[in-house]
Design a protein around this ligand. Structure first.
Ligand code: ARG
Length: 478
């Protein structure tokens, strides 16, 4: 390799400025810059540069001295810029910012660092690195939230509530069973987050601008140095593949959708009409006008923010669908919604956890609602089935019993045997024990049912499932 640093002219301030004679329009420069957004990926870009310097050295494109100087400069930059964002408009994007700083520090070796790479493979690699780190953080927040949910399910164990369909009282369930339904949703969300991290775990670096890298860089070694599980298989795809961002936004939108449904329940349950629970001062607000108010703003915002999260997924897909093959500058618009999604999801997970920990159940009101004897109507029909009556007929008989009781404003459990026998000959005194709330819960002991023994088991299994996730020792986290 011949080295001609001394004789070659200094490049202009723009990294691509060679063929240009006029400066860009000021408004266009504002529009074009992405440093104000991608400056957040400075740590990832420094990491990438460090690995790339090693790869260039191995390929014989840097001397040992040049590589050492670059590595030292990168380490200094890491310290100098730790926790800081690059000043606005100090460069076009984070990649040109880092290159300019390297040139400042080490001179000509800085001009060599961009050998064989493009900002196209660089930005795709930085984004993947950033997202992988962010997802790890979000997963740990999710595990913390579920731990809180399980604590609440534990402390409410045994408490019956009315379950609803169509927002109408339907059948009794355990309050813990209700809470555990969200554990199941959040478990699927965990898997989706995990899958989106796996989708991001593929390294585009070494794809160049679109056609691949002409220099003998070891891509597998690069991937190992940057912690990637695999390397991309096609350079043209690699520079414009943003599927992993859609995967993440989908996982985020689904997670928010589930939290939004939980929020809606809690908003309703905290109303005076339900009076099932009260959320504390830390997650509610008052009214500027009505002194008695306690408003569930935190949960309302959890629900409200879910709308924006869906919009980000839709926006990303709209951004991608019309693009011709290869990198296009439209792709620069991919990061702002993803960064916003990361930050907002983190905030929502923390606030929802806080809302759960600051919730007090009004057990008495919940118990009273669960004691509504009409919740047992299905069990009354099941009783007749046990006595040999076909279910459809049993359903009809109980429908008549219900209508009779409602007209007389009596509970199903307050009718006499004489009254029952007007509707069917098969009613016997054993119907009274059959019609108890406890029996009704206990009978639902198949897998997934609300029987207390089942729910206890589900709770224990959920604890086992989330313990390693909470400790950060779940298989994919290691
Ligand atoms: N700032 C750009 C982005 O975020 C980096 C890639 C730019 N590449 C280019 N050829 N202009 O997408």
């Amino acid at each position: 390799m011949s080295r001609t640093d001394e004789s070659t002219p200094k490049p202009p301030s723009k990294m691509w400025g060679g063929r240009f004679r006029q400066p860009p329009d000021a408004d266009f420069e504002q529009l074009n810059e992405s440093l104000s957004c991608d400056g957040r990926m400075l740590p990832e870009d420094l990491r990438l540069n460090r690995a790339w310097a090693d790869a260039l050295r191995e390929a014989g494109l840097l001397t040992e001295e040049e590589k050492s100087a670059l590595v030292q400069a990168l380490e200094e930059l890491e310290v100098e810029w730790s926790g800081k964002k690059p000043p606005p408009l100090s460069a076009e994007d984070v990649h040109s910012f880092v290159e300019a700083r390297l040139v400042e520090k080490v001179g000509s070796a800085g001009y060599r660092i961009h050998t064989g790479r493009s900002r196209n493979d660089q930005v795709a690699t930085d984004t993947r690195l950033h997202l992988k780190g962010a997802i790890a953080g979000l997963k740990s927040l999710l595990a913390g939230l579920v731990a809180e949910l399980l604590d609440l399910a534990d402390s409410a164990f045994g408490l019956p509530m009315p379950g609803f369909t169509h927002m109408q009282r339907a059948q009794p369930i355990l309050f813990s069973h209700y809470l555990l339904s969200f554990e199941v949703m959040l478990d699927r969300d965990w898997t989706r987050l995990q899958q989106s991290a796996a989708a991001a775990d593929c390294m585009p670096l070494g794809s160049g601008a679109l056609a691949g890298c002409a220099f003998p860089v070891g891509r597998l070694r690069l991937a190992a140095a940057l912690g990637f599980g695999e390397v991309s298989r096609n350079s043209l795809d690699a520079v414009s593949d943003r599927d992993f961002l859609c995967d993440f936004l989908y996982a985020a939108a689904m997670l928010m959708m589930h939290l939004s449904r939980l929020a809606t329940d809690f908003i309703l349950f905290s109303s005076r009409e339900f009076h099932f629970l009260q959320m504390g001062d830390s997650v509610t607000t008052g009214s500027s006008l009505m002194p008695q108010k306690r408003n569930p703003d935190a949960m309302e915002l959890v629900r409200g923010k879910a709308a924006g999260m869906e919009a980000r997924l839709l926006g990303m897909m709209s951004l991608l669908r019309g693009l011709p093959s290869g990198y296009n500058k439209d792709l620069q618009e991919d990061k702002a919604p993803v960064f916003a999604a990361i930050d907002e999801l983190g905030m929502i997970l923390r606030v929802t956890r806080r809302a759960l920990s600051d919730t007090r159940l009004n057990e008495e009101a919940i118990r009273l609602a669960a004691a509504d004897s009409f919740l047992l109507a299905t069990d009354l029909a099941d009783y007749l089935v046990e006595k040999g009556i076909p279910f459809r007929q049993a359903h009809h008989v109980v429908g008549e019993v219900v209508s009779y009781a409602l007209e007389r404003e009596k509970e199903l459990t307050a009718l006499t045997m004489e009254e029952y026998r007007k509707f069917s000959e098969v009613f016997r005194d054993d119907v009274w024990s059959w019609l108890s709330l406890e029996m009704c819960l206990e009978r639902r002991s198949r897998e997934g049912g609300t029987a207390p023994e089942r729910v206890r088991q589900e709770l224990a299994e959920a604890r086992l499932r989330w313990a390693p996730r909470l400790a950060g020792t779940a298989p994919a986290d290691r």
